[in-house]
Write a protein that binds this ligand. Structure first.
Ligand code: G4P
Length: 293
């Protein structure tokens, strides 16, 4: 992608250092770490330092928002993480789909050794403590709310807004450590930033909205052509540029401004909104690497 027109996203070094400290200093309080990723962008929505931060702590990956992701590719991602030695499950924290498998999977895989040890020592009743981590907007609050079975007030995950760490007790003798602080994505990679902007995980402001929508349409035309031909009733040609695709959508939707010009800004907002809300279908923005890294 040509990203020369991108603005740099600002993250805060002081805030990052604090989050790093919080995670490492609280690791000893938990039995395992549950890392939530976006099933549409499993690598882009990962914190680049997660391996280093969680050291050897048993870890499980949840591919959240699987209702919005391509099922076939989600399965490839689950296999990918399993091949990397990390248990993985796909979940939908909006509907609650898949959540009932989290604890059994943790007990039978990542915490198997601990469970066996506890069984041997007659301590099967001891609580399981899990740290929940993930970049902003990935679904941490939704997961905790669903598991806890009550609407807990969402506190903004924003640099500068402090909140203290909270333990959330579940009925099944599990305790979740809801971490304060913000986990940053791999922000120095601009393609990653663009994928995160497509999903709305980071602000649209990194690019102007039309450029963002053009890039998304080009990706969809190449990888999920029926998502746009069916939704917008447009025909695609191999030579279509992002702008031409955006104009086709705008024209078809009757988004015109005076003088017969197409309102590409309105078309861009529509395309991004419809993609994010799943109206264009179940779409994944990145496939697992061919070879293990
Ligand atoms: P965070 O704590 O990690 O920052 O994320 P949070 O749970 O606040 O979720 C961010 C947005 O993602 C919310 O939407 C939430 O509803 C949505 N979300 C979380 N999990 C899923 C999922 O599995 N599928 C889908 N489709 N959406 C999910 P929002 O628009 O910010 O709020 P609202 O729609 O809940 O009002």
């Amino acid at each position: 992608m040509d990203n020369s027109d991108m603005k740099q996203i600002q993250w805060f070094p002081g805030h990052m250092a604090k989050t790093r400290r919080l995670i490492t200093s609280n690791l000893s309080l938990v039995d395992a770490v549950v890392e939530i990723l976006d099933a549409r962008t499993p690598l882009s929505s990962r914190n680049p330092e997660m391996d280093k931060l969680t050291r050897n702590k048993p870890r499980m990956v949840l591919l959240n928002k699987c209702d919005l992701a391509d099922d076939k590719t989600t399965q490839l991602w689950i296999n990918y993480f399993k091949n990397c030695g990390c248990a993985a499950l796909s979940v939908d924290c909006k509907s609650g789909k898949g959540l009932k498998f989290i604890l059994p999977t943790i007990k039978s895989t990542v915490l198997k050794e601990l469970m066996d040890k506890r069984a041997k020592n007659g301590m099967t009743g001891a609580a399981i403590r899990l740290m929940i981590v993930g970049i902003p907007n990935v679904g941490k609050s939704s997961l905790i709310n669903k598991l806890a079975g009550s609407k807990r007030a969402k506190v903004e995950d924003r640099p500068g807004v402090t909140r203290t760490k909270q333990w959330v007790k579940l009925d099944n003798n599990t305790e979740l450590l809801d971490m304060p602080g913000v986990l940053w994505p791999k922000f120095e990679d601009q393609d990653v930033a663009i994928r995160l902007a497509f999903t709305g995980a980071i602000s649209d402001d990194i690019l102007d909205i039309e450029t963002l929508a053009m890039k998304l349409l080009s990706y969809l035309a190449e990888n999920y052509p029926t998502s746009i031909t069916e939704r917008y009733k447009i025909e695609l040609s191999d030579e279509d540029t992002g702008l031409e695709l955006l104009e086709k959508v705008g024209k078809k939707r009757g988004m015109m401004i005076s003088g017969g010009e197409i309102n590409t800004e309105r078309a861009a907002i529509t395309v991004l909104d419809e993609f994010r809300s799943g109206k264009l279908g179940k779409i994944t923005l990145e496939a697992p690497p061919q070879k293990e890294q």
